[in-house]
Write a protein that binds this ligand. Structure first.
Ligand code: 13P
Length: 251
């Protein structure tokens, strides 16, 4: 049985005090939750102070990005070992905002995925098609290309440690959520790809989250689908009640 993972991607939101307050509020509200895994991914600068707030609780800590190189002359970047150093267990990689706004390629995402695994982090690797790609019927091709590019050279043992987030770009921050059937179709496709590349035993343990306008009102229906193993939540992770509403809906 795969445990559900509900992760909050705070993106470029909050300030130091509001970030710590949100973490404190979640820690209190989620203290009795044992049925699902929970994680929060604050902006890099706030990972450490937020980590201090949730230390020792059932809330995991993640970053939203990391670089693949070891310490050195890489102005503005963060080494994966710096993330573990301040308590991160997870790192989001290949988010569509990084692929499409910052121009990250699957090759770069792949280097980051391998560096994250080498550092002992759980990468949450995002894939997902644009609206134009869905409308022109190439959804599976796009997700297959992003999957193969992002996991190239990753061993079966390491693949088991990864989390995949299927985030259709047209559903992110738009309020337009994929139907449970649309999401399940792609999740099943992705699990089939894992089985094809790594074998069924690996495919059975890898968690595939859905992301894109997840809210308390649609979470249960989405996550009741057999291949949807959690949610990567943007907007609704920024308020205790909204995030807890999702967690409580799927417990
Ligand atoms: P929203 O939940 O705001 O649509 O964002 C989804 C997302 O991009 C999570 O990584």
């Amino acid at each position: 049985m795969r445990r559900l993972l509900i992760a909050g991607n705070w993106k470029m939101n909050m300030k130091l005090e509001s970030a710590k307050e949100l973490a404190q509020g979640l820690k209190e509200a989620a203290k009795d939750v044992s049925e699902v895994d929970i994680a929060i991914c604050p902006p890099s600068l706030y990972v450490e102070p937020v980590g201090q707030v949730v230390a020792g609780s059932n809330i995991g800590l993640g970053a939203q990005n990391g670089y693949f190189e070891k310490a050195g002359a890489f102005t503005g970047e963060l080494e994966m070992a710096m993330l573990t150093d301040v308590g991160c267990q997870y790192v989001i990689l290949g988010h569509s905002e990084r692929r499409h706004i910052m121009g990250e390629s699957s090759e770069l995402v792949n280097q980051k995925v391998r560096a994250a695994l080498a550092a002992g982090l759980t990468p949450i690797v995002c894939v997902g098609e644009l609206l134009s790609e869905r409308e022109s019927g190439v959804t599976n091709d796009v997700n297959r290309r992003q999957f193969d590019g992002s996991f190239s050279g990753v061993s079966a043992e390491d693949m088991k440690k990864c989390v995949i987030a299927y985030e259709p770009v047209w559903a992110i921050g738009t309020g337009k959520v994929a139907t449970p059937e649309q999401a399940q179709e792609v999740h099943e496709f992705l699990r089939g790809l894992i089985a094809d590349r790594y074998g069924q035993e690996v495919a059975d343990v890898v968690r595939i989250q859905y992301g894109g306008s997840v809210k308390a009102g649609n979470a249960k229906e989405l996550l009741s689908k057999p291949d949807i193993d959690g949610a990567l939540v943007g907007g609704a992770s920024l308020k205790v009640d909204a995030f807890m509403g999702i967690i409580n809906a799927v417990r």
